[in-house]
Design a protein around this ligand. Structure first.
Ligand SMILES: Cc1cc2nc3c(=O)[nH]c(=O)nc-3n(C[C@H](O)[C@H](O)[C@H](O)COP(=O)(O)OP(=O)(O)OC[C@H]3O[C@@H](n4cnc5c(N)ncnc54)[C@H](O)[C@@H]3O)c2cc1C
Length: 506
């Protein structure tokens, strides 16, 4: 065997698996298709592309020559192993992170805990909220180092838009409360962010390059303020001495070995995506953590090709996106500095929405400084507790995954309700609700049919799903990263002592 355990992917699920396997003394290889993103000089924009100056580092192997990133379409771009993959499907664009640390380079640092009252509507009883709340959500915060936005930063000009949102929400009848679990009553609250606020203070003082304060997040943050997984979970995994991270290792196929264990077929690529070597690696335990689309795609292909024929027929089902929608409000009375500051930090919770419980967060609009300077605009994400689901299928003719995902009209209607409540209270105009761009894809190999509640793939031994694909199509109505990592922690807490005891030394 090349490794006792192989982990495919190094995002929120894969990083947790890598650290816990390493701490147990299990020789583990992490295979990541992307590259390391190490910040050598946090005073300049030298590591990542920026919204203001997009280049090849922004996008994952886009060979069309033109950017596919929403709002930047058409900008010339070279093919490179960049941070953000844009998967187009009909009207939809699914955004996927890549690189060591996965989606943590592209994400907004939002690490919000789902409300207790909605948890049981998505997750089976065995995944008890009480245990998640007491053990696993806090454990992830502890490893990442997340914290609430401090008042001095909230009071700065960079977060003026967030302050305006809070004031408008108060006018619309949302009281400030203590947590996201609020007995299904409307309210608003601060929540934990994976942002190092001391570095943000250095950005404000001119000692680090403006990144969080300049609304940079999709392509990475050059100041290092974002607490990405390569700096915490994966760093500690490597420090155990049992974990090796192989970059530019793009897994193409997985298969069960007749004598037990798994084969992993890998294309080793260069930074322009050309295949420089092909490898077949073997392991006793295989952890799938290539993200919802990556993991489900590999498992679907393995089932169709007969490499893993016993996978449940439900593979590919339960694809959801937390009812992810987006609205721009404009012509507000207040100055909003819409192009500054980071997303999230405070959430407006409209659990009493007549259509679905939903939440609203501010999203910065980096282009508005130049494109619409006088609009007094406010970008907002609205996520809802929608039952809407789609599916993924393997297309043998193209060797690609097809996505079947219709527009979620009810999630749009729920978002519209909330926007109208804000507009009735504070005026201004609003754009039509858009629901065709998401980075919140979940499900495909969900707990229930395909996996048990610990991520064990039914029908196989020592084959696990520990990423967004395991989550049954929704992380209630909030952003999924914290939920994915915390559920992965819960999985590894059970898998290591119960399944891997004979090889674990730690
Ligand atoms: C722009 C953007 C902003 C977001 N903001 C937030 C936020 O603020 N808060 C939040 O909660 N969520 C946010 N999300 C969603 C969040 O990032 C994802 O839900 C999360 O990253 C998913 O974790 P994961 O472990 O399932 O997969 P990922 O984090 O996507 O990791 C999967 C990894 O597997 C690698 N991979 C894929 N296929 C292969 C293969 N075949 N071989 C080898 N490696 C492979 C990928 O390169 C990637 O590194 C955002 C997403 C995007 C795109």
């Amino acid at each position: 065997m090349d490794a006792e355990a192989i982990v495919i992917g190094s995002g929120f699920g894969g990083s947790v698996a890598a650290l816990r396997l390493g701490q147990a003394g299990i020789k583990t290889m992490v295979l990541e298709r992307g590259r390391w993103w190490t910040i050598d000089d946090p005073t300049t924009n030298s590591t990542f592309a920026t919204f203001r100056d997009i280049d090849q580092r922004a996008e994952w192997l886009n060979d069309t020559g033109l950017s596919q990133t929403p709002a930047y379409e058409g900008t010339p771009i070279d093919k490179y192993v960049g941070v953000l993959e844009v998967v187009e499907h009909g009207e939809y664009k699914f955004l996927v992170g890549s690189g060591v640390g996965g989606g943590s380079h592209a994400y907004g640092g939002i690490l919000i805990q789902p409300p207790q009252e909605l948890w049981g509507k998505v997750f089976p009883d065995q995944v008890s909220y009480r245990e998640m709340d007491a053990v696993y959500f806090p454990r992830v915060h502890q490893e990442i180092g997340s914290s609430l936005i401090p008042d001095d930063i909230l009071e700065s000009q960079y977060y003026l838009g967030l302050k305006v949102l809070v004031e408008q929400a108060a006018k619309a009848g949302f009281p400030m409360v203590k947590s996201t679990s609020n007995q299904m009553k409307d309210g608003m609250t601060k929540f934990m962010m994976g942002i190092d606020w001391d570095i943000v203070r250095e950005e404000i003082a001119g000692k680090k390059v403006p990144s969080t304060i300049a609304a940079e997040f999709w392509f990475g943050q050059n100041s290092g303020a974002k607490q990405t997984l390569d700096q915490n979970y994966l760093k500690r995994a490597q420090e155990t001495g049992s974990v090796e991270i192989k970059t530019l290792h793009w897994v193409q196929r997985v298969a069960a070995l007749p004598e037990g264990g798994y084969q992993v077929f890998v294309n080793v690529i260069d930074e322009q995506g050309a295949v420089v070597e092909q490898k077949v690696l073997t392991c006793r335990s295989l952890f799938m953590a290539a993200g919802t689309l990556g993991t489900t795609g590999l498992l679907l292909k393995a089932k169709v090709k007969g490499d893993l024929p016993h996978i449940h027929e439900g593979i590919g089902q339960e694809l959801g996106n937390d009812g992810d929608t987006f609205v721009i409000r404009s012509n507000l009375d207040e100055t909003t500095n819409s192009h500054l500051g980071g997303p999230g930090a405070i959430v407006i919770m409209n659990y009493e929405n007549p259509i679905y419980p939903c939440v609203m967060m501010r999203a910065p609009l980096p282009r508005f400084e130049t494109d619409y300077p006088r609009w007094n605009a406010m970008g907002t994400f609205i996520f809802s507790m929608t039952p809407h689901r789609g599916s993924l299928t393997y297309n043998a003719d193209t060797d690609r995954i097809d996505l079947n995902y219709d527009i979620d009209t009810q999630a749009k209607a729920a978002a519209q309700q909330l926007v109208e409540r804000m507009t009735d209270a504070s005026g201004g105009d609003s754009s039509p609700v858009s629901s065709t761009i998401t980075g919140h894809q979940l499900g495909g190999a969900a707990m229930g049919q395909v996996c048990d509640t610990c991520g064990r793939v039914k029908g196989y031994s020592n084959l696990y799903v520990v990423d967004g694909a395991l989550i049954p199509g929704s992380s209630t109505c909030v952003n999924p990263a914290l939920t994915i990592a915390a559920v992965a922690e819960r999985c590894l807490d059970r898998i290591i002592p119960e399944d891997l005891k004979s090889v674990a030394s730690g």
